[in-house]
Design a protein around this ligand. Structure first.
Ligand SMILES: C[S@@+](CC[C@H](N)C(=O)[O-])C[C@H]1O[C@@H](n2cnc3c(N)ncnc32)[C@H](O)[C@@H]1O
Length: 342
């Protein structure tokens, strides 16, 4: 029986070169639906945000769109479809550089102009976007024992758990600051690995906007028993770290935020509405004047409603951080929690 900390177990289960869950040919889309798959309106909203970032940056010679945790390249493919072919891109012209950052191999069918890499580029101007990436960044888990001591949880590949050494050092400091827990049985998903991952990615941005979208919580609403979960073939399953399923935990987005930048936390519902995605139904008159357009608009409204449903994808949180750039116009005045650079 081999016992490991959760971070090590998750790293192997998800990303081991030959057997990791995310190395599989079917990709994430074979197991669950993200906003990217729910509707092309999502890529359309990212395209609109990209245009706003481009304008705020004064239309640089190259405007880079980096998709971190790009899956099978679906979001970039959708954004390219939304902005049109090279001849139709108008103000974006030939300046757009789309980059997919992904541990899995480049799949067939991704447009040739998309760069495929396993490292976030550095020194770029543009938009860094990460949809459901951070929840898959491996992390350690701790639990409060009967004496009130916070201990690391160890796990076997079969998913059996035991409590191990007390949490110490930087993890203990992180827990005290971001996720204090005292009640026996309470669990803490230690976020330092995610904080480092996000800050490392944002550091690549010379100028622009960084957006992380995920199931998330802040100090105001940490879940008492954590959020670790498994998914396989569209169903929620036990989070067993043997490579057979996704293993995911919601993100402590407030701790992840890179310090010293303007930051805005809001819901996906608010962000997408600000970017022109609303679930409103088309006017009924359209049904008699142009039934085909009415049905198309109705389908689109259904998809938009799914993306903005507060009980579903609309409840995702968006963390947006600007680097040497004003907040894009669409996001100004949004409901949410903002912090200014310190
Ligand atoms: C839940 S999927 C999301 C895929 C896509 N963004 C979407 O929304 O449909 C997470 C993806 O992040 C990738 N990933 C995780 N850690 C990564 C890393 N450090 N570098 C690059 N890709 C990573 C995984 O391989 C997986 O494809």
């Amino acid at each position: 029986m081999s016992w490991q900390r959760w971070q090590t177990a998750m790293e192997q289960a998800l990303y081991a070169p030959d057997s990791g869950f995310y190395r599989r040919p079917e990709g994430p889309v074979g197991h669950f639906r993200t906003s990217v798959h729910a509707s092309p309106h999502y890529a359309g909203a990212v395209a609109r945000l990209l245009r706003e970032v481009d304008r705020e940056l004064g239309r640089p010679e190259v405007i880079t769109l980096v998709d971190v945790g790009a899956g099978r390249g679906e979001l970039l493919t959708g954004v390219l479809a939304a902005v049109g072919g090279l001849d139709d891109r108008g103000d974006l012209g030939g300046r757009l550089r789309p980059v997919a950052v992904e541990v899995a191999e480049r799949p067939a069918g991704v447009p040739a102009e998309v760069e495929w890499t396993d490292r976030v580029p550095t020194g770029f101007a543009g938009l860094l976007f990460a949809n459901e990436w951070l929840d898959n960044v491996p992390l350690d888990i701790a639990e409060v024992d009967e004496d009130g001591v916070l201990r690391l949880v160890e796990v076997t590949p079969a998913g059996e758990e035991r409590l191990a050494a007390p949490v110490a050092g930087a993890d203990a400091e992180w827990a005290a600051r971001w996720w204090p827990a005292e009640e026996p049985g309470a669990r803490v998903e230690l976020g330092r690995s995610r904080d480092a991952a996000w800050r490392g990615a944002v550091a690549g941005l010379e100028r622009g906007l960084a957006v992380a979208v995920d199931y998330a919580h802040t100090r105001a609403d940490r879940p008492l028993f954590g959020t670790l979960a498994g998914f396989r073939a569209g169903r929620e399953v036990e989070p067993v770290p043997d490579g057979s399923c996704d293993v995911t935990a919601h993100v402590a987005l407030d701790s992840a935020a890179a310090p010293g930048l303007h930051s805005l936390w809001t819901t996906q519902r608010a962000a997408l509405r600000a970017l022109g995605v609303d679930g409103g139904r088309p006017p009924l008159e359209l049904a008699s004047t142009d039934p085909v357009a009415y049905l198309r608009a109705l389908g689109g409204a259904g998809e938009s409603a799914e993306l903005t449903d507060p009980a579903g994808l609309g409840g995702f949180r968006w963390l947006t951080q600007t680097v040497r750039m004003p907040v894009p116009e669409a996001l100004r005045g949004l409901d949410g929690w903002q912090t200014l650079p310190s």
